[in-house]
Design a protein around this ligand. Structure first.
Ligand code: PMP
Length: 359
């Protein structure tokens, strides 16, 4: 007897993304989407897509997009890997680089998908606690390990580490691949892309989902030295040759052509974020003692009302923010920066909710 087929199922505890409400009335500030449309050129190429592009397989080498990204970042095309959002790129990187017996290291408060991939792929891992202000302690990464990964700015805290600290970590770990997830770097942080040519163990991942308003298109990429990228391609091509569809390749290329639109969108979000910091402070919210967000979201606790209650009350009013019921961060809300109009709706509703819940 072979036993039960249920014994052969891969048991996993999946990642749970923020709620994707379909309500047209909702104010959606829970998944760090961009409140502004993608560049007009992107909508144009999508409108121009034709039957040819649908009938044929897309270019498995994604040359158009890879060349455009290489030009944009001043690297060689052989240094760029593209995928279906940075989730796909990160999952491929985990599969490619984290095959050793030592634990992969990442912060205890970080992007929750890292732990899910490690579990799914049976990768040993260890979560390194951030300090009391939710800052990364670089010394925690100066020990034997099978790889390192963290976002910069971190999520969900929004806190930014300086390039010098990251360089120390990369330099101290020549035997491991260090992945820096720069999903939010365009909102005001300094990138470590400038270090890629110096360190053969550094991989930087990026996404079109936040700063380029294309979460629905699913485009992410990684930049590193050629050996890293070709190893990732070998893994991807052993799994699925056609991860990128024709429309995404064209849209991703078009998005890069309009730098002024991109910069303008970013500066609107940054301006709204800086204003939101002040407005939220006046409502009794504060950021972790380690600092304030450099991202397109704020991470805030209220002085008297529990975050879980505020989350629930906002949700009843169809205002969606993110709440993680997890150790250390269960009194924080992660609030995506929307348009100034959306933020006004948030402030008005928060004022009412805080009044209602006053003791
Ligand atoms: N990294 C971090 C830190 C994120 O917050 C997200 C968004 N959920 C991602 C990666 C993945 O984004 P995407 O797959 O849309 O590129």
């Amino acid at each position: 007897m072979n036993g039960n087929w249920r014994d052969n199922i891969r048991r996993v505890a999946p990642y749970v993304p923020g709620e994707q409400t379909m309500s047209p009335r909702a104010v959606k500030l829970n998944t760090n989407e961009n409140p502004y449309p993608p560049a007009p050129e992107v909508l144009q190429v999508i409108r121009e897509s034709n039957d040819e592009g649908l009938r044929k397989y897309p270019d498995p080498d994604c040359r158009q997009l890879i060349h455009a990204l290489a030009d944009y970042h001043g690297v060689k095309p052989s240094q760029v890997f593209v995928g279906v959002g940075s989730d796909d790129v990160l999952a491929m990187a985990f599969m490619t680089f984290f095959c050793g017996s030592q634990p992969v290291l990442f912060p205890d408060i970080s992007y929750a998908f890292y732990e899910v991939w490690a579990e799914m792929l049976r990768i040993p891992y260890r979560k390194q606690p951030l300090d009391d202000g939710f800052r990364l302690k670089k010394e925690d990464y100066f020990q034997k390990n099978g790889g390192i990964v963290f976002p910069n700015p971190n999520a969900p805290t929004g806190l930014l580490e300086p390039v010098s600290a990251i360089e120390e970590i990369v330099a101290a770990n020549p035997e491991s691949v260090v992945i820096i997830d720069e999903a939010y770097i365009d909102f005001g942080g300094e990138s470590v892309l400038s270090l890629v040519d110096k360190y053969d163990n550094l991989l930087v991942t990026r996404t079109y989902s936040k700063s380029r308003s294309l979460a629905g298109m699913r485009i992410g990429y990684a930049i590193g030295q050629e050996e890293l990228i070709s190893s990732m391609l070998d893994v991807r091509n052993s799994y699925n040759s056609y991860t990128m569809n024709q429309t995404a390749l064209a849209a991703g290329t078009a998005a890069l052509a309009d730098e002024s639109y991109f910069r303008e969108t970013l500066s609107k979000i940054i301006r709204t974020r800086e204003d939101a910091k002040e407005r939220m402070r006046k409502l009794g919210f504060s950021a972790p003692v380690g600092g304030e967000s450099f991202s397109n979201f704020l991470f805030l606790a209220h002085e008297s009302v529990p975050a879980g209650l505020i989350f629930q009350k906002l949700r009843e009013r169809e205002i969606f923010v993110r709440y993680f019921n997890k150790p250390r961060i269960d009194n924080y809300l992660r609030i995506t920066i929307g348009t100034p109009e959306q933020m006004e709706i948030l402030y008005d509703n928060l004022r009412e909710i805080l009044k209602e819940t006053e003791v």
